[in-house]
Design a protein around this ligand. Structure first.
Ligand SMILES: CC(C)(COP(=O)(O)OP(=O)(O)OC[C@H]1O[C@@H](n2cnc3c(N)ncnc32)[C@H](O)[C@@H]1OP(=O)(O)O)[C@@H](O)C(=O)NCCC(=O)NCCS
Length: 180
């Protein structure tokens, strides 16, 4: 499998607004429509406002591209509250200061309907490589993500090196971290 990765930021500077919007609007992910909605309705705004950076895996030829998958990276600290199991050995590596761990965020990860198995894992590898570049330049070693309460998905992220450290405050998402 070969992959062409495009930064949404670069596409926004090189393509017309219409071309970029049409590309994003063509994305379909039935397994998790929230990820589809993010790409269609929020990714451009988040990019313009420097909230996050989205990377697209594109398929096809110039003028006829389709999004096979995408992931979104950002920075978001992790609050370690009093409910946390402080004995968890991973906490020792997270540089927690006054209940806060600075962290990189893997905010979105999604592949289009019909895309081959394994693209998600490849995107995680690329995301971690990108964070490692950040780590070399300005530190921070914790990567976080929020995983839906779906046992298969939880197991999947564990197989990709993430450790669950508890539920989000509203109890809907598993908070997971990896150390780079
Ligand atoms: C997450 C994702 C990118 C992983 O892609 P991948 O590396 O190619 O791996 P797979 O698609 O085979 O998924 C891995 C496992 O997670 C499961 N899984 C993936 N998304 C899931 C979801 N939304 N709900 C429940 N299970 C899910 C798959 O069924 C699979 O389980 P299996 O190995 O027992 O068959 C891809 O499955 C996807 O786009 N899922 C929908 C979007 C999503 O849920 N993103 C995560 C939001 S927290």
């Amino acid at each position: 499998m070969s992959y062409l990765i495009y930064s949404l930021r670069d596409l926004m500077s090189e393509w017309s607004d219409n071309e970029v919007s049409n590309l994003l609007l063509s994305f379909k992910c039935s397994a998790d429509t929230d990820t589809e909605i993010f790409l269609k309705k929020k990714a451009l705004n988040h990019e313009s406002n420097d909230i996050s950076r989205t990377y697209l895996i594109l398929d096809g030829d110039a003028g006829n591209f389709a999004v096979k998958g995408y992931f979104t990276l950002a920075v978001k600290c992790l609050m370690i509250d009093d409910r946390a199991d402080k004995a968890h050995e991973i906490y020792d590596q997270m540089n927690i200061n006054k209940g806060v761990a600075q962290a990189y965020l893997l905010g979105q990860l999604s592949k289009a309907d019909g895309t081959e198995k394994g693209l998600g894992k490849k995107m995680i590898d690329i995301a971690l490589e990108t964070f490692i570049e950040g780590n070399k330049m300005f530190g921070c070693r914790t990567v976080r993500l929020d995983c839906k309460n779906e046992p298969k998905l939880l197991k999947y992220y564990e197989s990709c090196g993430f450790t669950p450290i508890g539920m989000s405050r509203d109890g809907t998402m598993h908070q997971m971290v990896a150390i780079i």
